[in-house]
Write a protein of this length. Structure first.
Length: 193
């Protein structure tokens, strides 16, 4: 199988990481791969904020916890959010899988392609990471809370522009365990010849 196909088929979401940091050159390559993703009209309105500083990672986790605790929830609230809110009540709750590197993908909220552009950049970064033996996992807590005042404050601290929302985030690190096998694929392919 050609190496690109093999890389695509063997990438898995990794949720447990070694403490040691990934090399600076690897992070550079992963972020470069993100910037080479396609974007609608090639506008490239995204920003990739990579965090490796342990204090800042702890600050992000604390802000997430605070936002989750205070976000309004009612009868219609998605069960996933209800679960996250319950987790946030625990003082030791950790939302970033203790990943040593965390990338926040923000984008201009006025760009109609912001979500799609951010998603293709995410996949480029996940595949680049995997090609280097580095594990990754898409984490979707922050995007859902991007308008929460606590998260707006965090974004300002991280120099994420005011006109941006967070569309995706990525945990990165050396996998602690060997990769699980891919789950079964659904029968979704229909070729009309
Ligand atoms: C849009 C999106 C959001 C996701 N959000 C989360 C998340 O918040 N937490 C998490 O652990 N995994 C998250 N994932 C990872 C998926 O659970 C994972 O891709 C899926 O289970 C398939 O597993 P695989 O990536 O190993 O093939 C997300 C993936 C995508 C594409």
């Amino acid at each position: 199988m050609n190496p690109v196909m093999e890389n695509i088929l063997t990438r898995r979401s990794i949720r447990s990481y070694e403490e040691r940091q990934i090399p600076a050159e690897s992070l550079d390559q992963i972020l470069l791969a993100g910037t080479y993703a396609p974007s609608g009209r090639s506008l490239q309105t995204w920003k990739f904020t990579a965090v490796q500083n342990p204090q800042v990672l702890a600050r992000i986790n604390a802000a997430l916890r605070e936002a989750l605790r205070t976000v309004a929830a009612g009868p219609g609230t998605h069960p996933y959010v209800v679960r996250l809110k319950a987790k946030a009540e625990r003082e030791d709750s950790e939302f970033l899988f203790h990943a040593p590197t965390y990338v926040i993908v923000s984008n201009d909220r006025e760009n109609v392609n912001a979500l799609a552009d951010s998603a293709v950049a995410m996949e480029n970064m996940m595949l680049a990471a995997h090609s280097l033996g580095i594990g990754s996992c898409w984490l979707n807590h922050l995007p859902g809370l991007t308008r929460h005042p606590v998260i707006r404050g965090l974004m300002a601290e991280l120099d994420i522009p005011d006109h941006h929302d967070i569309f995706a985030t990525l945990a990165l690190g050396w996998p602690k365990n060997s990769s699980p096998a891919a789950g079964p694929r659904k029968d979704v392919i229909h070729i009309i010849r």
